[in-house]
Design a binder for this molecule. Structure first.
Ligand code: ZN
Length: 205
């Protein structure tokens, strides 16, 4: 049975998720020192094969390089967010925050993928950042959305490349069309479901 574990990491307590399937694992958004994630993977005897970033804001990236060094797993990032790495928003050293360790990456765009033996539809959900991606795993009944959608709220759209109308449209067209019972794993705060957000989220009345 696939399983999901969440670890709030780093200075902004960004949710880092460990997805485990059949002896393998992937990590979404290691936003701080990844030791708790590595310890859990060791306890579960799974090997981390892939590191996914929902978007390239510094608080989702702090653990990328350390996790890559510990596991050899490639880091896959949204292609349209790559320009952010040249600014403080992507590299840290921003709003009094530490610098992000430089990491090598491969780019990813929307479409069907397979990771650790699980199908994944990579969804383009821009608006919080220009290239934000969400990762929907139908077999898990889960979607990892980064900072696009939160329980009862939405992500900020006042950073470079953000746009409120684009974000609302992306949530409606890409996320609210998923099965209603799908569990939403946001980049900060508690999990929710598509059905709950459709019903209660004040930004979508
Ligand atoms: Zn962000």
């Amino acid at each position: 049975m696939p399983e999901i574990y969440t670890f709030p990491l780093g200075p902004l307590q960004t949710n880092c998720c460990l997805v485990v399937n059949d002896g393998q694992a992937l990590v979404v958004d290691p936003g701080g020192p990844p030791e708790p994630v590595l310890r859990r993977a060791e306890t579960l005897r799974v090997s981390i094969r892939t590191i996914l970033n929902t978007h390239l804001h510094f608080d989702h990236l702090y653990g990328n390089q350390a996790l890559h060094e510990a596991t050899g797993a490639p880091i896959l990032v949204p292609e349209k967010d790559v320009p952010l790495l040249a600014s403080g928003l992507g590299s840290g050293n921003y709003m009094g925050m530490p610098k992000v360790d430089v990491f090598a990456y491969e780019t990813l765009h929307a479409g069907r993928q397979s990771f650790i033996g699980l199908e994944c539809s990579v969804l383009a959900t821009p608006g919080h950042s220009p290239g934000s991606l969400s990762f929907h795993f139908p077999e898990l009944g889960a979607v990892f959305v980064g900072d696009v959608l939160f329980a009862g709220s939405i992500g900020r759209t006042d950073f470079f490349g953000g746009d409120l109308e684009i974000l609302l449209d992306a949530v409606r067209s890409q996320l609210f069309t998923l099965p209603p019972q799908t569990v939403v794993y946001p980049g900060h705060g508690p999990t929710t479901t598509i059905a709950e957000e459709q019903r209660d989220n004040p930004f979508f009345e």
